[in-house]
Ligand binder design. Sequence first.
Ligand SMILES: NC(=O)c1ccc[n+]([C@@H]2O[C@H](COP(=O)([O-])OP(=O)(O)OC[C@H]3O[C@@H](n4cnc5c(N)ncnc54)[C@H](OP(=O)(O)O)[C@@H]3O)[C@@H](O)[C@H]2O)c1
Length: 423
Amino acid sequence: MGKSINNNYHKKLVIGLFGFGVVGEGLYKALQQTSSLNATIKKVCIKHPGKKRNAPEELFTTDKDVLLNDEEINVIVEVINESEPAFEIVSTALLNGKHVVSASKKMIAEHLPQLLQLQKKTGKSFLCEAAACASIPVIRNLEEYYDNDLLHSLKAIVNGSTNFILTKMFEEDLDFKDALLLAQQLGFAESDPSLDVDGWDAINKWIILLAHAYGIVEYPTNVVFNGIQNIQLSDAVVAKEKHYDIKLVAQAKKLLNGKVAAFVLPQFVKHDEPLSFVKNEYNGVVIESSFADKQFFYGKGAGSFPTASAVLSDIGALRYNYHYEYKKLYHHIVPELATDFYIKAYVSFDDWKFIPKEKFEWIEEWHAEEERKYLIGVIAFSELKINNWWKENNTSLILSPEPIIEDVEIRKLKKKSLELAGV
Ligand SMILES: NC(=O)c1ccc[n+]([C@@H]2O[C@H](COP(=O)([O-])OP(=O)(O)OC[C@H]3O[C@@H](n4cnc5c(N)ncnc54)[C@H](OP(=O)(O)O)[C@@H]3O)[C@@H](O)[C@H]2O)c1
């Protein structure tokens, strides 16, 4: 018994690495400092052969089949920046009997059902801790520690670029464009920032986490999300007056009817909430569960070594044949994604003509300055799913600190708000 554990521990991992950019090179360097892993990179596949690399030339190839057909290679690490080729590499690797570690959140979010099938069919491991919140070990925790029934809610800041921009808008009173420019200069945002700023990166990560948290498998565009592209300096001023921060929050909450409300939207966050503590390029995850109350994970969600550390941990887990069981998906009743609830939100806009006021259940507060106007009101969540007025024409929607109002509560609250209004 002791011998087999020992053998397993020393199982030799021979790695074929796809990608030698920010993450790939970080992993290469990190592996050189972790000899106890007993893992070596045999070959690296890249796209542009002419680039100068900080590694021996003979390590590199542009022919993916050299790695995928090498029988000695038992692990493929895929960290390239193109989604469709990444999916092709990962699926071929699994079908060729190799374990796979990947950080490619876009590819994973867009191909989750196929990846689940491939894992079932081949029995090989597909691990992707680095794909959501990079250095924070949230996927394995959701897989192993939290039972579906016990998991009340999950709230997270999963995108460092947008969090950096929002922090600078708050702390240095920069408008959105200047804060974005600063983020780009400091390397916290891409030259084409739309993937981050418009919320795509966050929703891709959220799709992955929803599968591990609740067994919910959805396509990214099927879940309501937005980025921070329409947030104005005037929104930050209102937030400050009300003693809130603004964060791009990914959240999921189990409702009384058993369904799960899930979305990624900007939100007012109270100063005493753990997510308010997450500043600049950092990520944070707050998990609420029965009995344990709140738990808070905090760390770097991007960058060469923080991301490589998660890839490294997955490689280490392969030594003992670790694989995701997707227990919530395969061994529980998967909760439906809810649309039958209401949300309370602040909406700021240039002109009343862009706002369908009649669609609000009630409006609690409104202000109309010459330049910019805002209201705070309650609206059916389904309206956000069906229509787009709330993210068009420079309109900015920011959720209230406790945004979800369940169907069963709405009548009571509506009556109370009419009484307060003297109607
Ligand atoms: N950067 C982060 O902090 C971070 C964090 C979490 C997850 N991720 C994810 O990790 C992945 C890699 O990100 P990165 O920042 O390391 O990207 P990157 O710096 O742009 O590097 C991409 C690498 O992929 C190679 N490549 C592109 N297409 C290829 C193909 N068809 N075949 C083989 N190699 C190919 C490129 O080759 P050349 O060098 O020849 O151009 C390059 O080495 C992405 O999916 C990203 O979303 C990144």
